[in-house]
Every structure is written in structure tokens, then in C-alpha cells.
Design a protein around this ligand. Sequence first.
Ligand code: HEM
Length: 372
Amino acid sequence: MNATTARLDAWLRTTFVEHNTTLEETYFAAGVEFLDDPALDADKHVLLHEGAARAGAVDALPERIADRYELLGMVGFVLGACRRHEAEDAAVLAPVWAAAQRLGDSLGVAPRYVFGHQAFFNTARGDRFRTFTTLPDEATFVELNGLGVLAYGNAAAALRQIPAMGVSNPMAAHLLDAARVALEQALAFNQRLAREVPIDRFFRNIRPYFKPYRVGNTIQRGANAGDFSAINEIDVLLGLCDPNDPFYASIVAEKIPFVPPEQQPALRELGAVGTLRARFETEAEAGVTPHLRDNAQRFLAVCRAHGAAYAFHHNALVKPFLERPAAAAPPDRFAVLSASGPPLEEVIALLERLRVLRTARAPLRRLRELLA
Ligand code: HEM
């Protein structure tokens, strides 16, 4: 880390979190997710001016991709906080936009911070990774979200190894069980999140930092916990989603600039090895042997676990944490409540379509019949 980055890092871990936390506590006490109150201008001024001075000074790009990506997240934290507190000034932020753009271009990613920066490219020091505030609920949210993403990653890593060994391979049983257990863990982390993170804190003090923000002339869409490749690898390997279906293809293509650089190839190559479901069907048509039957049952259990985890996301996270509080927000704030950019109703309809695909029973009917 050079001196400029070290200065930005030190500031993000101290002054930045202090002012954000003061503002969040004030909004929370007033029962709103934002306040335009002159008494708060001094805090907002520090975030904008001190943040821009430090993030805008970023010049030399780190050599290692991971360090460069982490630095993009640090610069993005400044822009995310300025947007969140509506303390934006084009002239002041121009050098920060330039730094973000240079970092994003050099990595082939969107020039903004994403969930991967919060959870995975964020070096902890003395037990703490960088957060926007010192609110314990924010750290819990990032941690449980990150654990969910790691669990999906473990499920994808297990499934990825199966095509090369064949679905009737006795060792595939172990990988299918590992994938199921990982998806059950993803569900358990999501259940903990629903239990441990208070909805009002999430809605008023955590989610607002995920909003879209401007970098130069372009509004970069908001961050969300779904920006990782593993869930799509699972969808397609299981045969529940088709990468050539225009709806699904558009979701994947849109996501590519927002996942960490090393995950982009997996999204570009979705479907290249076909699906496990098709492999099970093809083998079963030729005859249902003992290991094939056993593995197919385990495969169906993986599909059920995937559907259950995602249905929970929809019914117990998206709806209570976002849809219901948004419906109760004042009409003038409603327009800025969706993180990704499109209106909230559209985002929720899109997520509902994904829920239907991931929980569908029809694609598995043929395999069930072959096993009967
Ligand atoms: C309170 C917690 C959460 C809420 C309210 C929530 C809400 C949302 C929303 C609204 C989107 C659509 C994109 C956007 O506009 O932001 C989304 C996408 C997504 N979220 Fe969450 N989410 C939460 C936690 C999680 C967790 C813990 C995971 C799993 C690790 C997860 C996985 C995904 C995935 C994979 C997507 C991308 C769309 C898809 O492929 O289904 N989310 N989420």
C-alpha cells in the first residue's frame, strides 16, 4: 500500500465511519432514511471534502489485481457515502470519479464499489473490515451476507467437478452431498440474517449506501449481494435456468461488470458443459444403474435445497426488508429506494421470475419419471 492509499485507508477506518455513524443515528432517531437538515451539513461537508481530497489523490495503480480491486472499493466507499447523504458536488468529486474510472477500466469492471468490495476485498485489521458506520447491525449484515455468498461458492465448486467425472460416478455422490449441505448453509445464513438484522436499521441505515451513484457522466447502478457468479453457475448446472433464455441471459450479461474480475469468465462460459440434469436423463434413458439412481436422488435433493434457499431470499428478505418498508415510505422518497436503479416494482417482479425458475418442479419431471 503506498502512502496515498494508506492515508485514504486510515481516514476510512476513523473519520469516515464516525461522521457516517453520527448521521445515521440522527436519521434513525427521526424515524427516516434521510434528513435534509442544515444542522447536519458540517458532517456531510467533512465526508465530501476530506473524502474527495483523499480518494481523488489516488494516482499509481497497484500492480496486483486484488489490491487494485480493493482500492476501487475504497474509492467507491467515498462516492457511496456522498450519494447516500446527498452531499455531491461535481467539481469536488471529479478527481474521485477519474480515479474510480481509471481503476475500473484497468480491471474491466464497473467503476464503483460492489458487494464483493464490502465482503471479500476488504482487509480486516484488529478484527474489523471497512464499513460505512460503526453500527453493529451493518457489520452483521455484511458478514452474514458474505457467508451466504461463500456458501453458494462452495456449492458451485462441488457441482463444477461433476461433469468431468460423470453423473453415475460413485464419487459424484460426495460432491452432490457437499453441494446440498452448502446450499442448506446458505439458507441458514439467510435465516440468521432475517433474525439478527433489524428491518428498520437495514432499511434506514444500511441499504441506502447501496444506491446507484454517478461516476463522470454515467450513473452506475446500485450494489447488491447477488453480484457473484456462483448462483448462476448452480442455476445452469442444475438445469433450472437456460443461459440462452433471453430473460436469464439479460440478467447474467448485466451482472458481469459488477462481479469480481476472477468471476467474470464463469459467467461468460455459463452452459458450456451442458447441465447435470441432461446428463442424468441421458444415462437413465440407457438404463438406471444403482449409483446412477442414488446420485439422481441426491441431485434432486440439491435442486430442492437451491429452491428453498432462494424462496427464503424472496419471501423472508426481499419482501419484509425492502418491499414492505418501501411501501410505507413517503412518496417523495420512493423513487430512490431501489438499489439497482429500475423502479422497485420492476426489480421485485424480476426476482419473482427467478424464484419461479429456481423452485420449478416441471424441469425435473422427466428425470423423476425415469427413476420411478
Ligand atoms: C436483507 C437482505 C437482502 C435483501 C433485502 C435483498 C434484496 C435483493 C434485491 C432487491 C435484489 C435485486 C437487485 C437490487 O435491486 O438490489 C437482490 C438480488 C440478489 N440477491 Fe439479495 N437481498 C438480501 C440478501 C441476500 C443474501 C444474503 C443473498 C445470498 C447470499 C442474496 C442473494 C441475491 C442474489 C443472488 C441476487 C441476484 C438476483 C438473482 O440472481 O436472484 N441476497 N437481493
